[in-house]
Design a protein around this ligand. Structure first.
Ligand SMILES: O=C(O)CCC(=O)C(=O)O
Ligand SMILES: [Fe+2]
Length: 212
């Protein structure tokens, strides 16, 4: 009885008007960058994202990391968790998002998004410095990294390698950005620290096999 109730509850939660992951057809707007890089943006793609956010805060087994920087060991300024190939995702909205990304980009990407890296930016002091996701195949090959954002918006900044900041996308509340083409090799992205009072944000980055 209890099991049935739980299942019914989850099903109705997900199919309720509140949480919905619509088709990306006609919803994404592509912005062409230089050197074969592009981004696709779909604002408010995951409907009811603000209701998903507290579940992700609670259910993802977040951990802090420390990394060596030159001669020091420093805190990574965000919490992290990585879902690997075959891992069950923590919320039906994420599974639905990955399924729709795989459907929408199947022909263009030629493979599936199989991992989901998660970052939790607790406040404006949490950040990720300028980088490209260039470990693995993305070092030499075109690929895609699709990011779905929950919670309060933070700016995802983009610049050509080492160049001036080109654009900045406020991402939160179910927004999608897909970085594609040569974007990971020829451009850099960052979530810069901000002195403004900002609420917490979670990003989920869907990547193909051997792209980090
Ligand atoms: O939080 C984001 O949207 C970006 C995260 C990111 O660039 C990364 O983890 O590689
Ligand atoms: Fe990245």
């Amino acid at each position: 009885m209890l099991a049935t109730m739980t299942t019914d509850f989850q099903a109705s939660l997900f199919t309720s008007a509140a949480v919905e992951v619509p088709s990306l057809q006609g919803l994404v707007r592509r912005v062409t960058l230089s050197d074969g890089a592009w981004v696709d943006v779909a604002r408010g793609w995951v409907r009811g994202a603000d209701q998903v956010f507290p579940r992700l805060v609670h259910d993802i087994p977040w951990h802090a990391e420390r990394r060596e920087m030159y001669d020091r060991v420093v805190d990574v300024p965000r919490l992290l968790h990585q879902y690997g190939i075959g891992d069950e995702l923590p919320h039906a909205a994420l599974t639905a998002a990955r399924n729709e990304l795989n459907r929408h980009y199947a022909a263009e990407l030629g493979e599936e998004f199989v991992t989901a890296g998660c970052c939790y930016y607790r406040d404006g002091r949490d950040s990720v410095a300028w980088h490209g996701d260039r470990i693995g195949r993305s070092r030499t090959e075109d690929t895609m990294v699709a990011i779905v954002s929950f919670g309060a918006p933070r700016q995802l900044s983009l610049r050509p390698n080492g160049g001036q900041v080109h654009s900045s996308h406020p991402l939160g509340h179910g927004d999608l950005i897909v970085m594609g083409g040569s974007c990971q090799r020829t451009w850099e992205h960052a979530i810069l620290k901000t002195a403004k009072a900002v609420g917490p944000r979670i990003s989920v980055q869907f990547r193909p096999f051997n792209v980090f």
